[in-house]
Write a protein that binds this ligand. Structure first.
Ligand SMILES: [Ca+2]
Length: 678
């Protein structure tokens, strides 16, 4: 029906309802600001006397500050997956940072996913369906190409990819060539998987530009240019204050001077305590008792200043009153800071690993300057946002989160009967595999290796110093039963027993050092040879440099068996012996077989890939597959025999000599015997 002129006039002349100015808009803009590795005690509004965070303090003064808010994991990726979906990391099967360190102890670590599955429904997908513009700016760390923010409901993705840390916080953020470089070999933090440049920021940047300033500017531009009246979701995930610990020199100077003024000890001399976790399969890391690091303090100030810039932009555009803002961190503070009075740090299920700063400003709803002591978790963000948007909550979707709207209105009733955590890995910050549960003030940690428990009362022992397990057997029994039931209900993956006859040697399993070059893989030592654990969707190789180059005609024999893990597609078993006259992929010749799925014998010159190979169909025998390879360097003739079948070819590029020999496999976990050579 067309509105009549009279009706239009009536609408135009109608006075605004008196409550309209103050009442929250039906669909407010949503801003989720996520800091990385920021500890519970790191902001001045959470008690820090060394760090300064005036803008976050101001946000807290305008909204509500939670004192017992939790991350659902002590590591990045699981915590971010839970924010995206409202589901526990145990349910999502993302229980360590991606791609994990793969370390083993008495057990093999639990299987885990290397990406947030596309079938999971994210906060961006739900809000996009509800008519929101959806923007991702910053760190993603929830999977590789094909699983990026734009594959998970975000219409815009600025600077997010697989990686969990920037090579540098200063332009060009590792992007020296203006192109994405191939991912280096090592998987461990700070290198390899996480050493790729921050994508897409080379253009428009200049010498000296800081990553946090740039990301915030990009976010502000998105808001400024968005003139449609359509509400937006901005997920602004800072890379700060994760490693590398580096900051603006002038701010570092400021905090060096402040440390001197306060008479603080140097980073080197600051008092530390040791967390001895050896009985539970962990290590003996040291943690600071006191916040003294001027570089880290400077990082926090830069992040805080940028929160202030963003809030000022909302004020300037007149939309602060229509914008719901939540600020938190993905896991506890790194051991570069002190999380005191809490015990532990990032990577631990003690409070220091999971308790977070958490500030919400919901204009017209949260009482300025209020605090909330009710335990909440980042699985609650999605349902809370739904309610703030006037949308129905979807309990089947955000299975493990509840809306905090009542708390934000001032209620003080408990919203979770219990909260649970699950870390079935040997962490790179020293913790052994464990799970925990908090119900009321009681918290139980179950150490999986030795099947032991610790029980703490957080109301009078915030530092988790006094284990009450022996004194409270009934409470232990009850909490342990609840934890077991929860692990069962969520289908939590547990550490796995080591297979018999395939001794993965504890602590020395990593065999990276046995090879001159390793790419896209972790190499582990087996009794009979090596396991090459390729990163998902990657061509992996490990080469030894020969003391004496080989010439003439040679024969090699090697056995291989491939076992795809959960992170790998099934039917992708394969294994190759590599012969090369240099360490680079272009120097390599791969001789072996794809023996799962479409089976073929294959000889591949140059980088290992399924395309461009010389191959012939193959009927694989039961594993292990034994490869016999004869190569005549003078004629370039190469013959591969396996399971009584044969592939022969002449090399296009003649090798004068073989300087490197090794193993390769594509997108699989392959065990190789030591090769025999004649
Ligand atoms: Ca983190």
């Amino acid at each position: 029906m067309k509105p009549t002129l009279t009706l239009l006039a009536a609408l135009l002349l109608a006075p605004l309802a008196p409550e309209a100015a103050d009442a929250p808009k039906q669909k407010p803009n949503i801003i989720v600001i996520l800091a990385d590795d920021l500890g519970w005690a790191d902001l001045s509004c959470y008690g820090s006397t060394f760090h300064e965070s005036p803008h976050l303090d101001r946000l807290a003064a305008q909204g509500m500050r939670f004192t017992q808010a939790y991350s659902s994991s002590p590591y990045c990726s699981p915590s971010r997956a839970a924010i995206m979906t409202g589901r526990y990391p145990a349910r999502l099967k993302i229980t360590d940072y991606i791609p994990s360190n793969g370390k083993t102890g008495k057990f093999l670590p639990a299987e885990m996913r290397m990406e947030l599955p596309l079938e999971e429904v994210t906060i961006a997908e739900v809000l996009k369906d509800a008519g929101y513009a959806t923007w991702h700016v910053g760190k993603w760390h929830l999977g590789d190409l094909g699983y990026y923010p734009e594959d998970q409901g975000f219409q815009v993705n600025i600077a997010g990819n697989h990686s969990g840390a920037p090579p540098s916080f200063f332009w060009p953020y590792g992007d020296k060539e203006g192109v994405m470089v191939a991912r280096p070999a090592a998987r461990d933090q700070g290198k390899g998987y996480h050493a790729t440049p921050v994508p897409g920021l080379r253009e428009g940047g200049k010498e000296g530009e800081h990553l946090c300033d740039r990301l915030t500017s990009e976010a502000m531009k998105l808001i400024e240019r968005h003139k449609t009246g359509q509400p937006f979701l901005l997920y602004l995930a800072f890379y700060d204050v994760h490693t590398p610990i580096m900051a603006k020199p002038e701010l570092v100077k400021k905090y060096e001077a402040k440390a001197a003024r306060l008479g603080l000890p140097s980073v080197k001399d600051a008092p530390r305590y040791t967390e001895d976790n050896r009985a539970h399969g962990g290590g003996t890391p040291q943690m600071p008792e006191q916040q003294v690091n001027p570089i880290y303090a400077a990082m926090i100030e830069t992040m805080d200043t940028n929160v202030g810039r963003l809030m000022a932009k909302l004020d300037e555009l007149g939309i602060a009153g229509d914008t719901f803002v939540i600020f938190t961190s993905d896991n506890g503070g790194h051991s570069v800071t002190s999380n005191r009075p809490l015990r532990g740090c990032k990577g631990w299920l003690y409070e220091g690993g999971v308790r977070e700063p958490w500030i919400v400003k919901w204009p017209g709803v949260t009482k300025p300057g209020s605090t909330c002591d009710v335990p909440v978790m980042n699985t609650d963000i999605l349902p809370t946002v739904l309610e703030a948007c006037g949308l129905p909550t979807k309990p089947e979707l955000h299975k493990d989160g509840v809306s905090l709207a009542a708390l934000l209105r001032g209620d003080t009733q408990t919203v979770h009967d219990a909260l649970f955590w699950h870390f079935p890995h040997y962490g790179n910050h020293g913790s052994g595999p464990c799970s925990s549960v908090r119900a009321g003030d009681w918290k139980l940690i179950h150490w999986i290796e030795d099947d032991s428990v610790e029980l703490f009362n957080l109301a009078n022992d915030l530092g988790e110093e006094t284990d009450l397990a022996a004194q409270q057997p009934d409470r232990v029994k009850d909490l342990r039963a609840r934890l077991d039931a929860w692990r069962k209900e969520t289908g939590a993956n547990m550490p796995r027993p080591k297979p018999a006859g395939q001794a993965v040697v504890p602590d020395t399993a990593d065999a990276q050092a046995d090879f001159a070059v390793v790419a896209n893989a972790r190499v582990e030592k087996l009794d009979t040879g090596y396991r090459l654990r390729a990163e998902p969707k990657q061509a992996a190789f490990a080469l030894k440099r020969l003391e004496q180059p080989l010439t003439g005609a040679k024969t090699f024999k090697v056995r291989c068996v491939s076992a795809p893990g959960q992170a790998f597609p099934k039917h992708y078993e394969n294994g190759f012996l590599v012969l090369s006259d240099g360490p680079a992929p272009k120097d390599q010749i791969h001789v072996g077989a794809f023996f799962g799925g479409q089976k073929s014998l294959a000889i591949i010159e140059g980088p290992l890939q399924a395309a461009g190979r010389t191959a012939k169909p193959f009927t694989a025998a039961a594993p292990p597959l034994e490869l016999h390879i004869r190569v005549d360097l003078a004629s370039g003739q190469i013959v591969l025999e396996a399971a009584g079948q044969r592939l022969e070819m002449k090399l296009k590029r003649r090798l004068q000599q073989v300087t490197h020999v090794g193993y390769s496999s594509l997108n699989a976990i392959t065990d190789f015997s030591r090769w025999e050579q004649q």
